[in-house]
Design a protein around this ligand. Structure first.
Ligand SMILES: [Ca+2]
Length: 118
């Protein structure tokens, strides 16, 4: 019985650490503009460079990460500007070089593709 209680205690200790790790990583995942790697274009789902984000992996026209589709609300660019396109390939926004910006209401939550101009 003593051994069983000890094992149970270990299990709950491990569980507590795992839960804490999940909470910590959820907090740690809260992005900001400075998380965008140098030279990249980063698309954030919330305003002011927050929320889920992805750095676009290359130059040229590309589909957005599924987590960014129709959700992008702010953008950080370094040396390359980016154009955003909706599902009908209509250009819904452009962000110039060296910029941190919220998208306008007309641009917000619409992009499914992006063209990084290199
Ligand atoms: Ca959004």
């Amino acid at each position: 019985m003593q051994i069983k209680a000890k094992a149970l205690s270990r299990f709950f200790t491990a569980f507590t650490f795992a839960a804490a790790a999940i909470l910590f990583s959820a907090t740690g995942a809260e992005a900001n503009y400075d998380d965008c790697p140098g030279g990249s274009v980063c698309l954030f789902n919330d305003s002011n460079g927050t929320g889920f984000y992805r750095a676009l992996p290359r130059c040229g026209l590309q589909n957005l990460d599924p987590g960014n589709r129709k959700a992008v609300s702010s953008v950080r660019t370094h040396g390359n500007p980016v154009e955003l396109f909706d599902e009908k390939d209509v250009n819904v926004g452009r962000v110039g070089t060296w910029t941190k910006t919220n998208l306008s209401l007309a641009e917000n939550d619409r992009a499914v593709k992006a063209n990084v101009i290199c």
